[in-house]
Write a protein that binds this ligand. Structure first.
Ligand SMILES: Cc1cc2nc3c(=O)[nH]c(=O)nc-3n(C[C@H](O)[C@H](O)[C@H](O)COP(=O)(O)OP(=O)(O)OC[C@H]3O[C@@H](n4cnc5c(N)ncnc54)[C@H](O)[C@@H]3O)c2cc1C
Length: 356
């Protein structure tokens, strides 16, 4: 499901006031949009990327096993389901809009300004921006951008495109090791090049890789990508000895992690306290140091925070309940269960009539 914009015509001043504007359309933002709809709020989602789904777009072909009550599901299918649920109550969706700052106007409303200067106003703000806009770390070689649209990758969009290819993976963390093991299902030629002396993936994954046909070059880095329109060879240098070798390559995957950049906060006049390690400092209810601004998902940090998809759901429910009470102090502090929720009655009838 590709959702671009809904109920949205870009103007410089988006004067319609929303109860909550959610920054980031990943799992946390989408579940919050669903839950805020359940609590009868007027909701807008602003997402910097052209499509909703968040960081899961990095691993569309990986199976996710650790979502409660959900059998193993492909990232791409999970995105599809998450979007469907997130749009249940028809929120306004603004994609390809990066929020650059959050400020307040004289009416005590929040003004969210995008990098293109569009202004959105809102009674409250929910930040579900993860670690910022997902940007893979580059390898830092001059010709990198030239091969970017050819056979240089920062993620694995589809496994089958690497079938029978000579694949070189740069990186040796959990994700790189996992990808190497997965790619060995479709090709016998996988080489890992890693600057450290030991890989840092899960023990069982590393054992599996070591027992496989993969070649592992530790203490080594890729120093050159060689080719005309496509990479044909790479030059690898062993750091301690300076020993060089040229390897043939049909595809090179750079797996050096992602840049963490919650820029939106740096540029805002509101003052949000940050966690010393990562993200916005808040509490388990998504309450931040700025009244009216809440956070959920990977963007939020507190003692015991779960940086997993499962953690997004609890964060989102708590934050939305807090937002409801912030707007209307007489509102219930928590919501009733969905299985007998008044606002779902009609939808339930439609589903029952289709399935029973
Ligand atoms: C390779 C990999 C594998 C993983 N595997 C698993 C797994 O198996 N199980 C699991 O539970 N978790 C897994 N995770 C972690 C999981 O993906 C995250 O915990 C989850 O995506 C967090 O959701 P989120 O909505 O908080 O943030 P994100 O998914 O990061 O979404 C944040 C969204 O905010 C947008 N955004 C950021 N800044 C702005 C801005 N200024 N303006 C507008 N939009 C903005 C971003 O573009 C993004 O779409 C994995 C992560 C990676 C990288």
């Amino acid at each position: 499901m590709i959702v671009k914009n809904r109920h949205y015509e870009r103007k410089l001043w988006m004067e319609e006031l929303y109860d909550v504007t959610i920054i980031g359309g990943g799992p946390a933002g989408l579940f919050a949009a669903f839950y805020a709809g359940l609590r009868d709020m007027k909701v807008k989602i602003i997402e910097a990327k052209p499509v909703l789904g968040g960081k899961v777009h990095v691993y569309p072909e990986k199976l996710i096993w650790d979502i409660g009550g959900q059998p193993p599901i492909l990232g791409a299918d999970f995105i599809e389901n998450t979007i469907k649920q997130g749009l249940s109550f028809d929120p306004t969706v603004c994609c390809s809009e990066e929020v650059a700052s959050i400020d307040k106007n004289s009416a005590d409303q929040f003004v969210l300004t995008t990098t293109e200067g569009v202004k959105h106003i809102s009674k409250t703000v929910l930040i579900t921006a993860g670690s910022g806009i997902v940007k893979p770390k580059k390898i830092g070689l001059a010709v990198e951008d030239k091969f970017n649209k050819a056979n240089l990758f920062y993620t694995v969009p589809t496994i089958k495109q690497f079938k029978g290819k000579k694949v070189v993976l740069s990186g040796g963390g959990h994700s790189a090791v996992d990808w190497a093991n997965t790619l060995l299902h479709v090709t016998d030629s996988v080489t890992i090049v890693y600057r450290r002396d030991e890989m840092t993936g899960h023990e069982s994954d590393i054992k599996q890789l070591q027992a496989s046909k993969a070649t592992v070059l530790l203490g080594s880095t890729i120093q050159e990508l060689i080719g005309t329109s496509n990479i044909e060879q790479i030059r690898v240098v062993e750091e301690q000895t300076g020993k060089e070798q040229l390897l043939d390559a049909d595809a090179v995957i750079i797996n050096h992690g992602y840049e963490k950049n919650l820029k939106v906060i740096e540029n805002s006049s509101i003052s949000l306290e940050m966690h010393e390690q990562h993200g916005i400092l808040g509490n388990v209810f998504g309450v931040t140091s700025e009244p009216g601004v809440f956070a959920a998902g990977d963007a939020l940090n507190y003692e015991g925070k779960l940086h997993l998809i499962a953690g997004c759901y609890q964060d989102a429910v708590h934050a939305v309940n807090q937002i409801k009470q912030y707007i209307d102090p007489k509102a219930d502090s928590s919501e009733m269960v969905s299985s007998h929720h008044q606002s779902l009655k009609e939808r339930n009838q439609v589903i029952f009539s289709e399935t029973l």
